[in-house]
Design a protein around this ligand. Structure first.
Ligand code: FA5
Length: 294
């Protein structure tokens, strides 16, 4: 009888003891964790003196160029470095029989097939992304594409087998060369933080018509003529032009309705100009004295 009345009371006491035990245990664990966090605190925002590491000049210029294009309403796009022969050449109006293929010495990954969709190359330029972006997202389009390119070239102070380009593409109704001029002049003036003028000369690239070479006013002598610009007052900058109707058609875009400009410049050369680097080989030399300057 006694057991019947005392039993539940004992059970209650037992439960409350367990609850207090669990509460105390959690309290101790929490305070141990707090103590650990407080004693092990590292101020990651503290400005410690730099002992090693810096941002590579190429990365600096790429970031700034991306910011400027983004501020002008361009999307930033990246494509793969291994590309089909078709997107790197054929779709850009450069069939295998075209002499312009010799303009870009190519590293082939796979060249056994007759079908250029099956053969692969290390992309020789970023222009392949005109095709990728238009086929994926259609038009209108306003895109900037930074990326690494490869050419089987003799290496000297201004040529490397690996270098960086930035491609630009703007396609919409009523786009003209005036839009190209405004875009590039703004980009260069923002990058160099001063007024930069550009000029067009006729140039040849199978994927644009008309094709242009674009120069900008020499920043060393302000156009008067000096050693850097070989006394011409102008620095050669990039290839550009109006997108060829065949390229638009290859991407399913009607050239009667849409027009656009495209350009491609060497980001590596731009970084060299921005920081006064006179030999391209320094950029990948891993020389500490060189890198420590940035
Ligand atoms: C082209 O690659 C074209 N795809 C550019 C283009 C795009 C024209 C859109 C028209 C419309 P080009 O071969 O000239 O063009 O190369 C463009 C830039 O890449 C050159 O001005 C140069 O700055 C850079 N470049 C080319 N080859 C090398 C190299 N071996 N080393 C370093 N930079 C290079």
């Amino acid at each position: 009888m006694k057991k019947k009345t005392i039993g539940p009371e004992v059970q209650k006491v037992r439960e409350s003891l367990f609850a207090s035990f669990e509460e105390k245990k959690k309290e101790l664990e929490d305070s141990a964790l707090d103590e650990k966090l407080n004693s092990g605190w590292i101020d990651v925002t503290k400005n410690y003196p730099r002992t090693h590491g810096s941002i590579h000049p190429l990365s600096r210029v790429q970031k700034r160029v991306e910011e400027i294009f983004t501020s002008m309403g361009f999307e930033i796009y990246e494509g793969p470095e291994v590309e089909t022969e078709w997107r790197n050449f054929d779709a850009l109006n450069i069939p295998s029989t075209h002499p312009a293929r010799d303009m870009q010495d190519t590293f082939f990954i796979n060249s056994k097939n007759d079908d250029p969709h099956k053969n692969t190359v290390l992309r020789t330029h970023t222009s392949n992304n005109q095709i990728r972006r238009m086929m994926e997202g259609g038009v209108p389009v306003r895109v900037a594409v930074p990326g690494r390119c490869y050419r089987n070239e003799a290496i000297d102070a201004s040529h490397d087998a690996i270098f960086y380009q930035v491609e630009g593409l703007m396609v919409d109704k009523g786009i003209s060369l005036a839009h190209l001029k405004g875009t590039i002049q703004t980009m260069l003036s923002e990058l160099f933080e001063r007024e930069v003028t550009i000029r067009f000369r006729p140039g040849y690239f199978p994927f644009v018509e008309p094709g242009l070479e674009v120069d900008f006013s020499c920043l060393i002598c302000n156009g008067k003529g000096c050693k850097t610009c070989k006394n011409s007052g102008w620095i050669e900058f990039m290839g550009a032009g109006m997108v060829h109707p065949n390229v638009l058609r290859n991407c399913g875009v009607d050239p009667e309705e849409y027009s656009g400009f495209a350009f491609g410049f060497g980001l590596t050369r731009l970084a060299m100009m921005k920081y006064g680097i006179d030999d391209i080989r320094l950029l990948f030399s891993q020389k500490k004295e060189f890198l420590a300057q940035f």
